[in-house]
Design a protein around this ligand. Structure first.
Ligand code: ATR
Length: 284
């Protein structure tokens, strides 16, 4: 790769940032499309974020930024325009202005479509485990498709209530229930869930599943873990044993990056899906 005065700069900001796989995805795509650009990781202390962001805005050839934890809910106040009104994970810098997007919504939806194209969220019963940042994009993607009912369960019940209130108001969808997170939750409710999503960080360090699964009654039911490393969490293992179809977060990672790439470059990287997923799997 030859860096010149014309090279466009992209990057991801987070704290910490050492585990990010985004540089691998985007630099591979730049190479495939022969785009003169580079994508770098930026580790920034939270107290330095404002300086960092305004510094970037002053760099004429800085074109695109991904924003990860803990900055997803911070960056919005520095933007000129929010295209999506949820937690921002992608920024486009253009003509001195900054535009914020959420590409996790697309990533989550594409993870489902890629793995189980026949599955329809419409009229389905959905259980969301967790009420942190990641659950916003998941709920938004699900509500876009008109589900029948959503149950949110979280260790801290107030956060689940907050999420429910936010979506009831913003999406005018009333059929959201909140339940405290207990491992036997599936045995306590009278609902057969069609989709169960883990949005918590539990599993990243090989922890046991937060919930127990009962035998799956439907051939269609899916259990989706947003975690991609390890690729098979205990949550997914237990679900598979009980007859559920499973998905991990790898495709969500790839497709949120693809969406960001097309926002920045106007190009569709989907034909490089196999190559990118092959490279990523070698990292685990
Ligand atoms: P993110 O933005 O990645 O979603 P987050 O906002 O810190 O990260 O949210 C983490 C989620 O994992 C929360 O739902 C959190 O539950 P609390 O709201 O009760 O903190 C959940 N979580 C983390 N560790 C957990 C644990 N040991 N048991 C149950 N839930 C846990």
């Amino acid at each position: 790769m030859i860096i010149s005065g014309k090279t466009k700069i992209f990057g991801v900001v987070g704290y910490p940032i050492t585990h990010t796989l985004s540089p691998l995805i985007h630099n591979t795509l730049f190479k495939e499309f022969k785009i003169d650009a580079i994508y770098l990781p930026f580790e920034v202390l939270p107290e330095n974020f404002e300086k960092f962001f305004y510094g970037l805005k002053s760099i004429n050839n800085f074109t695109g930024l991904n924003v990860t934890l803990p900055f997803k809910n911070v960056v919005a106040k520095y933007l000129n325009k929010k295209i999506e009104h949820l937690l921002i994970n992608t920024v486009l810098f253009k003509n001195g202005l900054s535009y914020g997007y959420n590409t996790d919504i697309y990533g989550f939806k594409m993870g489902l479509i890629k793995n189980y194209p026949e599955f329809k969220i419409k009229n389905s019963n959905v259980l969301i485990i967790g009420a942190g940042g990641a659950s916003y994009a998941v709920l938004c993607a699900i509500l876009n498709e008109k589900p029948k009912k959503i149950v949110i369960t979280n260790r801290t019940i107030e956060k689940a209530e907050e999420l429910k209130n936010y979506f009831c108001k913003s999406q005018k969808f009333k059929n959201i229930d909140v339940m405290p997170l207990k491992s036997d939750i599936l045995f306590k409710v009278d609902i057969d869930f069609d989709l169960i999503v883990n949005t918590t960080s539990v599993g990243l360090k090989n922890e046991k599943s937060l919930i127990e699964f009962k035998k799956c009654n439907s051939k269609q039911a899916i259990v989706y873990d947003l975690i991609y490393n390890p690729p098979l969490t205990d949550f997914l293992k237990q679900a598979k044993k009980k007859g559920y179809k499973i998905i991990n977060g790898l495709d969500m990672l790839i497709f949120q990056a693809f969406k960001a790439f097309s926002i920045w470059t106007d190009k569709d990287p989907s034909k490089f899906y196999e190559k990118i997923s092959h490279y990523l799997l070698k990292c685990f």
